[in-house]
Design a protein around this ligand. Structure first.
Ligand code: DGL
Length: 278
């Protein structure tokens, strides 16, 4: 029997589209609904309880759209809300930290893994827990690199500022001896071309959780007999909580013209939106 209900995916902005892309590539017959919470972007510098409340409200909305599984395509929201969300909702919920940690443990040869992320993710120490859960013998260096989020969101992932920040990061993790770098923010895979230029194919493996998260979703659908089963490719639906034009512009810059137009879903009232980014 096939289950044609959609899969819900969310992030604070365009970063989670890196996960959406991998889901779409691996599971082309699944209906995907992506929600970007631009009303509260960025999540990284916010208090954990704030991000948790946003995430729970979004998951509630996605569950209301009859989703069969929800992917928290944001490391900061995964760190802040995954456990609370699993306690509250019956729908299977998948975060991006455990898949990224697993990929890192499989990639490292010297047992030294560096993780770059937002401040919220670093402060939560969830990568340390997840990596050491997978292999307690692995050492972890966590670095917050919050400026990269705005740079990516602005479509400047290949620009000189990204280049300079990443060069500094690579010097620091090289000094510490990491042979593996986890891109612990769903915006960061868009920096891969800049990173590859800096690494010159060197000794550091770069891992992100987009592909491993998609693979995990595929396994969960199979084990729980939730797969849509169809062969036909279904286009994703895009929702934003604010600034649909800004979202469409960043998404087009980053992913070309391949994405549909986003629809505005005002999940928060005007008062709650007073702290929104322009
Ligand atoms: N995409 C988010 C993450 O993976 C970060 C963006 C933000 O700060 O809102 O952590």
């Amino acid at each position: 029997m096939s289950d044609t209900r959609p899969i819900g995916v969310f992030d604070s902005g365009v970063g989670g589209l890196t996960v959406l892309q991998q889901l779409h590539a691996l599971l082309p017959g699944e209906r995907l609904i992506y929600l970007a919470d631009l009303a509260h972007f960025p999540y990284g510098p916010r208090y954990q309880h704030e991000v948790r409340d946003f995430a729970l409200r979004i998951i509630d909305h996605l569950v209301g759209l009859d989703t069969k599984l929800v992917v928290v395509a944001c490391n900061t929201a995964t760190a802040a809300a995954l456990n609370a969300a699993r306690e509250r909702f019956d729908v299977p919920i998948v975060g991006v930290i455990a898949p990224g940690a697993q990929a890192a443990v499989e990639a490292t040869r010297n047992g030294r893994v560096a993780v770059i992320s937002t401040e919220g993710t670093r402060a939560s120490q969830e990568y340390v827990h997840a990596i050491k859960e997978a292999n307690p013998g692995v050492g972890v260096l966590g670095l917050a690199v919050p400026d990269l989020v705005d740079i990516v969101e602005a479509g400047e992932a290949a620009g000189p500022q990204a280049h300079a920040i990443l060069a500094e990061v690579l010097t620091e993790i090289g000094g510490w001896g990491a042979d593996t770098l986890v891109l612990g923010c769903t915006h960061y895979p868009l920096l891969r071309p800049t990173l590859q230029r800096l690494l010159h194919g060197g000794a550091v493996s770069v891992v992100d959780s987009a592909e491993t998260t998609a693979a995990r979703v595929g396994r969960i659908l199979t084990v729980n007999r939730l797969g849509a089963g169809g062969e036909a490719t279904v286009a994703p639906v895009l929702l934003v909580t604010a600034a649909p034009q800004r979202f469409a512009a960043s998404a087009e810059l980053l992913f070309g013209g391949s994405l549909p137009e986003p629809t505005l879903v005002p999940l928060w009232d005007a008062a709650a939106l007073s702290g929104a980014s322009p």
